[in-house]
Design a protein around this ligand. Structure first.
Ligand code: PHE
Length: 520
């Protein structure tokens, strides 16, 4: 069976950047920088990127390319018992894709109604309520009965466009990423030019870049910086292994990973510049926050209506801003579906396109709960659990499998295969994968759990939502991810017993290195 491959090196790089650069760059990064002393946060973020982010990214891409399978297969090839870790990553992907599509739908909806910003000129109060009214949320976990049709309409558009982009796997992804990566950069540049011309731009830039060194002693800064780089590079979500598995062996993982990570950083900083100059310009510098998804939908509209006194200019700005968010979000959404679909079709030897279509349909059906008036609250719970606990745990497990249950030297050989000017040094990779990444990520995991317990969250009170919804959308979903490997194993055994196919259970050394995308 011939495996699909990227059309070119740049296609792969763009696809990976497209996945990494998402809504997280646009408001989580600037929000965190605002919270943690500007330049001081940037510095720690850079350190975290080099110490944890880059090595994990290289690891995922390299095992994908070598094993030519999705995450579970790649994990199993390193250690026979590790397949379950891969399925946790796939579950993360499926859970995230279900709600990310709804966030994407909200962005589309805001884009569609951007003309309304003209009528709201100067009216911050009304602007802050625009989105809450549109999605008809109760803000609580009550309100299942109310279905929000406009959100549903955009939700369908979101899923159809995501499926369209990945209908032919790496081939069709390659065609769209040229646009989905360049367009947001162009939009951000336009917005940055506008930001620079605002009177208080200097104050905004100072807040973003001038470090407040005293913030370095705050452990929350380190926790947030490592968490953000981890989330931003799309690792532990089954994406980068799948994308790596479409690479041919001539590719240069050591350099490509650095390009991907630094581009992601550059776009985060660009988004930071836009956010800080614009917010300073409208006198809202202190309102920038990293508190969840609402920033783009509540705080930013307030800035937009105060940009100028000319209604149509504000509306035009809103169109560009939400269009930018659309282009940022779409390639993250389809990358995560592609990651899960690759893993499933590899495991069960299913037709890739049909698997992708089924996954889109199932995810869309499950995502309908988020289109109700209770959707925002439920999404908040799921998002919080996945990001604060399961993703981190997956990262820890992946690093342990690679660092302690397998030989890092073999992975390093794969990373440096074909490397020319820059080779990933062994000390860097080993220290990071064996010690820094697992310890740092586990530390943050424990920190988050302690924060949860300290806030009484075990009873469902910490986030202000009901215990039942915390149990179902949080704990139960997390439990399901953790046991997903066992469930898959049962299904696979039943299918194999039925004589459907023979599983490929070869280990790393048994899989021959092939120069092309050919599986031998
Ligand atoms: N890296 C993405 C971001 O910064 C995170 C993500 C990737 C979310 C893929 C969903 C799907 O927004």
């Amino acid at each position: 069976m011939k495996r699909e491959t990227w059309a070119s090196r740049s296609t792969f790089i763009l696809a990976a950047i497209g996945s990494a650069v998402g809504l997280g760059n646009a408001w989580r990064f600037p929000g965190l920088a605002a919270k943690h002393g500007g330049g001081a946060f940037l510095l720690v973020y850079l350190i975290a990127m080099l110490a944890v982010g880059v090595p994990l990214l290289m690891l995922e891409i390299a095992v994908g390319r070598r094993i030519r399978q999705g995450t579970p297969g790649a994990m199993r090839a390193m250690n026979r018992k590790a397949e379950a870790v891969g399925w946790i990553a796939v579950s993360n992907a499926v859970i995230i894709e279900i709600y990310y599509a709804v966030v994407f739908a909200w962005v589309i909806l805001m884009f569609v109604v951007s003309h309304k910003f003209a009528g709201l000129t100067g009216n911050s109060e009304a602007a802050s309520k625009l989105w809450l009214g549109l999605i008809q949320t109760t803000g609580t976990t009550e309100g299942f009965g109310t279905f929000c049709w406009p959100v549903f309409g955009c939700f369908i558009v979101a899923w159809i466009s995501a499926f369209w982009c990945i209908r032919n796997g790496a081939q069709s992804v390659g065609k769209v990423v040229k646009y989905t990566v360049s367009l947001p950069v162009i939009c951000l540049l336009i917005l940055a030019i506008r930001g620079f011309t605002m009177p208080a731009a200097g104050a905004g830039l100072a807040k973003l870049f001038i470090p407040d060194w005293s913030a370095l002693s705050n452990s929350a800064l380190w926790v947030d910086a490592i968490g953000q780089i981890f989330y931003s590079l799309s690792v532990a979500m089954a994406i980068m292994v799948a994308y790596g598995s479409f690479l041919d062996r001539k590719s240069n993982i050591a350099v490509d990973s650095l390009i991907i990570a630094f581009s992601d950083l550059a776009i985060s900083v660009l988004a930071g510049i836009v956010m800080f100059t614009t917010m300073a310009g409208v006198g809202m510098l202190d309102s920038i926050s990293a508190s969840g998804i609402s920033t783009a939908f509540i705080i930013y509209p307030q800035a937009i209506v105060n940009l100028t006194n000319v209604p149509w200019i504000n509306a035009a700005f809103a169109y560009i801003f939400y269009f930018c968010l659309i282009t940022l979000a779409i390639d993250s959404l389809f990358s995560i579906v592609e990651g899960a679909s690759t893993a499933i079709s590899d495991k069960f030897h299913l037709n890739k396109r049909r698997t992708t279509l089924s996954l889109c349909i199932i995810s869309a059906v499950l995502g309908l709960v988020f289109c109700t008036a209770a959707g925002l609250a439920l999404l908040d719970i799921v998002d919080n659990f996945v990001n604060s606990y399961t993703l981190l745990l997956t990262g820890v497990l992946e690093a342990i499998v690679a660092g302690w249950c397998f030989k890092t030297s073999k992975i390093l050989d794969e990373i440096n295969h074909n490397a020319d000017r820059f080779r990933m040094p062994a000390w860097w990779f080993n220290i990071s994968i064996k010690y820094v990444a697992p310890i740092a990520l586990f530390g943050i995991f424990v920190w988050n759990i302690i924060t949860l317990f300290a806030g009484g969250g075990i009873y469902g009170a910490a986030d202000g939502y009901s215990l039942a919804s915390n149990l179902i959308c949080g704990w139960a979903l997390m439990g399901l991810s953790l046991i997903s490997g066992g469930i898959v194993k049962l299904i696979a055994r039943a299918r194999v017993n039925k004589g459907g196919y023979k599983e490929d259970l070869r280990s790393w050394d048994e899989i021959p290195e092939t120069e092309e995308g050919e599986l031998k």
